[in-house]
Design a protein around this ligand. Sequence first.
Ligand code: PEP
Ligand code: MN
Length: 355
Amino acid sequence: MELDLLPIELAGVKKERPVVIAGPCSAETEEQVMTTAHALANNGIKIFRAGIWKPRTKPGGFEGNGEKALPWMQRVKQETGMYVTTEVANADHVELALKYGIDILWIGARTTASPFAMQEIADALQGVDIPVLVKNPVNPDIELWIGGLERLNQAGIKRLAAIHRGFSSADKKIYRNIPQWHIPIELRRRIPTLPLFCDPSHIGGKRELVAPLCQQAMDLGMDGLIIESHCTPDMAWSDAAQQVTPDILDYILNLLVIRKEIYTTESLTELRKQIDECDDNLIQELSKRMRVAREIGVFKKEHNMTVLQTGRYSEILDKRGSQGALCGVSPMCVRKIFEAIHEESVRQQLEILNM
Ligand code: PEP
Ligand code: MN
């Protein structure tokens, strides 16, 4: 399904990269919300985030203030002029968020992972014109992410964007949620007009990683950033380790290097021509290799041999892997390529065997 999208135009918010959304993980107290919001607004932030309902892994943690905190968001709007956004996870949240004039909604990672919840939200939004940002699901499933976007789009929501916040994994060595950048890159390839935000706070899980992740998102051409910022991060009631003060955030944003997305020069065109030639040659060689593999298949059939000969397979992987290292390609990459080539050769030989 093609998404029917409209750009998210917000008066007073420049469309230059990056569009920044900032604010605390949770709206804890009116004072914390107002202090953080004023500091962010003074530093030029135009869109304020805060969680009103917090999905927590285990019961008993701070689950958000709920409706009580919505008037604080209204105060933020009135006093600072910032747009406000919060997470909605069910139809009740949608109804309350709309009632209190929340400008932009976002869908959390746990919710995107649940088609029932996404459909409930989409139904609640039928006929409403509000921008909605959809985080990737906790599991690395691009179809589920796109499915969530489609449900909203079918309900008439056209001002959509995606937020990349990394993917849950048992491996917590560096990241809280591993980035798997290829997934947002694939989303961009499939839906080029969908604005793409990065959430470095939930990817990194620690404040030291916020700056490098922001830079990486910009280097990949992402449109915006949603960053957790708290007036006193160490005292935060949720996600304390990953929040930064408004001043640190300002410092991080000022240091970002924003590269142009498209800058085609004569020499780039020339280099791309060379790449195309290399790719043509690769395809031709691949086709030649498969022809030979099929001939081997005929030989094996005639001599009643098995298609797979493990010793020969290992020899190919080892030999080509070490060659890769010598010519500047990682052995892991060469291995992957030859695994794929070998798989195709085996498939073609099996075809011959069964003819
Ligand atoms: C959040 O933005 O505070 C949040 C709960 O994020 P996620 O859904 O990405 O875990
Ligand atoms: Mn958070």
